[in-house]
Design a protein around this ligand. Structure first.
Ligand SMILES: Nc1ncnc2c1ncn2[C@@H]1O[C@H](COP(=O)(O)OP(=O)(O)OP(=O)(O)O)[C@@H](O)[C@H]1O
Ligand SMILES: O=C(O)C1=C[C@@H](O)[C@@H](O)[C@H](O)C1
Ligand SMILES: [Mg+2]
Length: 166
């Protein structure tokens, strides 16, 4: 990867973690997932953080993560949490931002019950859908590139094209 970091954004279940991990391997570079990083630093799950301390506290931890990444991380594929760009609109300062846009119904089809259980803001499907609609605009505005409704291979191919051209 020639330039700095590649940052994947999008709603819960849009594939940021899955795609990011594969992409980093294929590019032979580093991979960071902010949700995993927070769980590692805290030695507990996001679900537990939300339950014990609430969302606001989680967002502070994301902010800390962002500052750390901005100051210390280069040439890395970074998958951020679904709300990360919403609460940290300066996200572009840390790299090229790619929004993985997937329709809500497709997200629902691909998420298992176990995966839904790990996501505190996905417990009520109606509320999750409203959140999805509210956030789409924000993701779009903060993205350098948008990739819509592709399978895993197609998404990775597109991202590689973006990296090669930049
Ligand atoms: N392009 C894709 N096509 C089909 N299924 C996918 C695709 N990308 C990811 N998946 C599947 O969707 C599920 C959720 O993906 P993933 O955990 O990567 O989402 P995420 O964007 O990181 O979500 P979160 O913001 O909650 O961390 C996984 O089971 C994954 O295998
Ligand atoms: O969309 C969100 O706000 C979230 C998405 C997940 O990746 C986690 O960061 C957490 O569950 C919150
Ligand atoms: Mg993820």
């Amino acid at each position: 990867m020639s330039a700095g970091n590649v940052i994947l954004t999008g709603f819960m279940g849009s594939g940021k973690s899955t795609i990011g991990r594969i992409l980093a391997k294929e590019l032979n570079t580093y991979f960071i997932d902010t949700d995993n990083l927070i769980e590692y630093f805290e030695n507990r799950s996001i679900k537990e953080i939300f339950e014990k301390e609430g969302e606001e506290s989680f967002r502070k931890k994301e902010r800390y993560c962002f500052e750390w990444i901005k100051n210390n991380v280069k040439n890395t594929v970074i998958s951020v949490g679904g709300g990360f760009p919403v609460f940290i609109p300066e996200i572009k300062e840390a790299g090229v931002v790619i929004y993985l846009k997937v329709d809500f119904d497709d997200i629902l089809k691909r998420m298992s019950e176990d995966e839904i259980a790990k996501r505190p803001l996905f417990q009520d499907i109606k509320k999750a859908k409203e959140l999805f609609s509210k956030r789409d605009n924000i993701y779009r505005q903060l993205a350098d590139y948008i990739i819509e409704n592709r399978d895993i291979d197609g998404t990775i191919k597109k991202i590689k094209g973006i990296i090669d051209a930049s």
